[in-house]
Design a protein around this ligand. Structure first.
Ligand code: GAR
Length: 199
């Protein structure tokens, strides 16, 4: 079996992808992995409560505390995020609804160790409100993408994609609801795939 791979999750909000991954690990669906911590950039993120109820350590680096007269002090925020992340010695960092773009220092410190999920068939509909963008496009299919993280917004090589239909009468809510279980399943499958390839 060897030493378990150390997984750290980053989230900003609800945390349903975090829960799906944590529960899959709990049920031993992911080979040889353990969740070391959840890192949140919001102190009120519901994901934090989900982590606590699963006895998973949490770290809050409140991005609001890094707001200055001149705007968001991204460098100081990232420095703290980097210090925290290095201390956790992760084999993989999984972004699960983490809504800030990672800067160069983070990406360079963890080459091919950071993974994200995005609710569209990338390269379509990057950034915020991917489901709304999909609805407004008139496309009949959308989906989700699990991909390696680079400095670019929702860029980086795809690990796994899954498709889901857009139905007549869909709203952002109904489409997001249909997509979410597919996100959970695809994220788990993608991490299993990556873990198998990790030396
Ligand atoms: C998910 O739909 C995830 O794909 C999306 O945020 C939601 C988080 O939900 N992520 C992005 O849009 C990243 N660009 P969750 O907190 O319940 O996992």
């Amino acid at each position: 079996m060897g030493v378990k791979k150390r997984i750290v999750l980053f989230a900003s909000g609800r945390g349903s992808n975090f829960c799906a991954l944590a529960d899959a690990i709990q049920k031993k669906q992911l080979p040889n992995a353990e969740i070391i911590a959840l890192v949140c950039n919001r102190k009120d993120a519901p994901a934090l409560l989900e982590a606590s109820s699963r006895n998973i350590a949490t770290h809050v680096i409140n991005s609001k505390d890094y707001r200055t007269d001149k705007g968001f002090d991204r460098d100081s925020y990232e420095a703290k995020l980097l210090e925290t992340s290095l201390g956790l010695k992760p084999d993989l960092i999984l972004l699960a609804g983490y809504m800030l773009v990672l800067g160069r220092k983070m990406v360079e410190a963890f080459p091919r160790k950071i993974i994200n999920i995005h609710p569209s068939l990338l390269p379509k509909f990057r950034g915020l409100h991917a489901q709304r963008q999909a609805l407004e496009s008139g496309d009949s299919m959308t989906g989700c993408t699990v991909h390696w993280v680079t400095e670019g917004l929702d860029e980086g090589e795809t690990i796994l994609q899954a498709q889901c239909p857009i139905l007549p009468g869909d709203t952002v809510e109904t489409l997001s609801q249909r997509l979410l279980p597919l996100e959970h399943k695809t994220y788990i499958e993608a991490v299993i795939k990556v873990l198998k390839e990790l030396k």
